[in-house]
Structures are given as structure tokens and as C-alpha cells.
Ligand binder design. Sequence first.
Ligand code: HEM
Length: 515
Amino acid sequence: MLDPSYTTIFLLGLSLALCSYLIYLFQTSFQYWKKRNIPYLPPTIPFGNALDLFLGKVTFGEVFSNAYLEFKKRGLKHGGMYYLQTPVYIPVDPEIVKKILITDAHNFPNHGMYVNPTDDPLSNHIFNMEGSYWRSLRSKMPANFTSAKMRHMYQIMLKLAEPYKQLLEQQAQLGEPLEIKSLVSRFSTDIISACAFGMESKTMNNENLDLLKHGRQFFDYQWSRWKNTLVVTVRRDILAKLGFRIFKKETQKYVIDMYTNIMEHRKKEGVTRNDITDSLIKLTEKREGELDFDGKHAMEPLDIPNFAAQMFVFFSAGFETSSGTQTFILYELAKNKHCQELLRKEINDVLRRHGNKLTYDAIMDMKYLQNVIDETLRLYPIFPILPRVCKEDYPIPGTDVILEKDTFVMVTNMGIQRDPEYYPNPEQFNPDNFDVENKGNRPHVANIPFGEGPRICVGKRFGILQTKLGIVTLIKDYEVSLNKRTTKGFQFEADQLILRKKGDVWLDLKKIEQY
Ligand code: HEM
């Protein structure tokens, strides 16, 4: 038997050797930007430049946005940083941003997320998909969001605005404040369920709350801090071999069962609605002679779990982003009464011109409303990062630097949209930033809350339309003010990828009797 004191010394020595080795590994990784002559932020072991994220002081979006703003302050075209030990390239110059997102997008085609179709089928959704699988699926999606489809879906949305109105009316009569985050979440869930899946979710009546709970998992769980840490520090193929999952098994079962039932019901009853569900069901069928986007291979039909993964991404992206946007809009309008008043005036003026009917054309005619939405998404881009992976070595335009294949690139829409060069008082809510003359003074990529290029948000028109309807329904008839129960101060929820205001947002509603 070994003397216990020797064992202790041995273990201490081993730990010391391991620590020294890890420090050496980090120090070597942290030479990456220096060696390539790219300016960088000094990292610390082991978090790189993400220490504040791990301390819960900032969100993902802010880690990258703060780096952008720092490089910009130093007058740089770009810079490098480290997320843990992984080097991340941050473009600052709008010409470089434009090239990466649009002109040279073929060299930055993927988001670089973790996908494991075998053990975690829900991870294999369009946002995470790569290569020709993504291109083939993506090429079928815009047909679901044409103007004609939007007009049709608007009629469905209008019907769902009725229970929303009734609830507002009841609450105003009671004289009680309203927690708006939860309410708009339920309103948006009912809309996406009806428009995309032909499903009455009735969450507005507090039914089907499981749907909401599992829907939340999409963002809450997928991008939690520790999962990201693993995905960034361990190679994706190794994680896949280890069967690493990002979705809970119970969510997987709930989601696959629900969408399988919808598909089977449609097939059995011969129901067609010409919606996203129909177009995804078609993709589950073998289509003789159809080739994938590259024209090289036969188009493989989606299997059931993959069908469910696509339905789930449309559902989750559909309700969470629009409801978050509506919450931020109402929060800002409650604080900025003159903007609220201007908006209400526009709504009433436009309605008068449209025979007092809230038609699709009327809502699209509301220019100030669009400015309010644009300004809110500028300050609070719900999805605050546009990740890309460099496919082949890439000469960075206007520099003598080559960006290496497989480098992680982070276009930070949050940073760009808070850049004082483009928006003189970036922290201040000011819908006039989006007046035609002000817009014309900025590069196109200075406002990209929906992303840009081939990966641009596929549901942009839908998201904007349902946000418009939600805001008009409320602001037309009620003056909103912040109730004192609203969580004090402003902070984003930590540990989230998408931007959410921390705490509740309580609004007092005062009915406008006559305008
Ligand atoms: C205010 C509302 C919304 C915002 C701010 C938003 C924002 C974004 C952003 C920033 C991206 C990444 C774009 C890029 O990488 O360049 C994205 C992708 C995506 N969005 Fe949205 N979105 C919204 C609403 C919606 C809605 C309503 C749907 C579905 C009905 C949707 C479905 C998607 C999908 C499927 C993708 C992945 C596209 C791909 O990778 O090909 N989004 N969204």
C-alpha cells in the first residue's frame, strides 16, 4: 500500500501538471489573433472575453455587441475576440459586413450551430441545417410568405384579435393593471398556431399552456450558457458521437406527437389549407425525379422527426420573436407618451381614410407604426447576433488579412444598431431615426434585425404583420402607462440568447372614449 502522504503528493502533482497544461493550451489558443495581426481584446483564462457572461452580468448579444463598440471606438475596421478559447471574428466596417452577409454569402453559408439528427432530431431544424439540405428546404419556404398569403393570414389574425380585445376591455373595466409579456405571448401563440398549422391553440383563454411551455424550450434551453460552452469548446462531431442533446426528451416527444397528429389528421381527412404545414407535408413525400438544390442528388423526403423539427422552429420563432417585440414596443410607448400619441393619431387618420376598417391595406399604410417597430427592433433586436462560419480562406476586403476556413464570424446586429455613427443617441428610443431622410444617410447594413442575405429571416413579413396588428389593437383604444408593479430598472434576462426584458411589464390601460 502506498503511504497516504505519497498519494497526496502524487495527486497534487498531477493536478498541477494538468492545470499547467490547460494554461498552456489556453495561452496558445489566445495567440490566434496576435499571430494574424488582427487587433483583439485581451482575453482571460478560461473565459476569453466572455467572463461577464459567465458572471451573469451581460447576455450573449451584449458580449459581442460590446466588443464591436470597443473596436469601433478605436477606429478599427474589424477585430478578434475569444469566446472561451474559440477565436471569433467581429466585422465593423459596413463594407465587410455587407460582403459577409450578402455579396460573398456563398463563403459564409452556415450559422455553425450544433445538429444531431440521430439523438436529438429537433436540433435538425432549418436555422441549424447546413449545405444543400438547408438550401433545398429554404428554397421552398418563401412561397409561404407571399403578399397573397399574408393577406389571407391577416384575415385569420383579425379573428384572433377579437378575444384579445375582449380581454383588454375586461381588464380596463376592472381598472386592474395588465402583465403584458404573458398576454402578448399567448396572443402570438394563437396566431402562429392558426396561421401555420390550422390549429386553435386558445392559449388566450389559458388553455393549452403545455404548448407554450414546450415552445419556450426552443430558445430557453437550446442556447443556455452551459450548453453553449460545450458546443463551443468540444468539437461538434465528438459531441454528436457522445449523443449530446440540446432538447429535453419530454419536449421531443410532445412536439413529435403533436405534429404527427396534425399531419395524420390532414392526410386522413383530406384537409388542405395551403399553409406551412401543407408545404412541409409535401416535403415528406417522395417526389420522383426531383433533385436537391445543387441538382446532384435525388431529393430525400423529410422523415417524421425532421418534419416535426421544422414545424417546431416555425412555431417557436413565430411566437417568441413577435411577442418579445410587442412587449418592448409597449414598454417604450408607455415611457414615451408623445410617440404613443403620434401613433394613435396616425392609426385614427389612416382608419378614417380606409372607411374605419382595419384592413390589410390600412395597416400597411401606417408609416409611423413601421417606424416604431423599426426603432424598437433597432434598440432590441430580439435575435441579437448573426453567426456565420467561413467556408474557405477569405481575403478580408480592404485589408491584407486572410480569414481562415472554419473561423467563426459574428456579425453583431445589436452592436451595429447601437453604433453612435449611425444613430446619434443610440440608447434613446426615437422612431424618427427611420424617417426617409434619416434612413438614407446610413449604410443598408446599419439596420439588420432580421439578418440579411440568403439566411435572412424567412418569417419577417409574418412577424411584422402580427406585431402591427397586436399594437394597433391595443393603442387605438387605450392609453398605456407603466404600472409601479413593473420590475424597476432595465436589464435583459441573463442566460438567454434572445433579448427579453428581465421581470414583468405591468401596464395601466385607460380607455380612450372618443378620438
Ligand atoms: C420580430 C420578429 C422576428 C425577428 C426579429 C426575427 C429575427 C431573425 C433573425 C435575426 C434570424 C437570423 C438571420 C440571419 O442569420 O441572417 C432569423 C432567422 C429565422 N427566422 Fe426569424 N425573426 C422574427 C420572426 C420570425 C417568424 C414570425 C418566423 C416564422 C414564422 C421566423 C422564422 C425564422 C426562421 C425559420 C429562421 C431561419 C432561417 C434560415 O436559417 O434559413 N422568424 N430570424
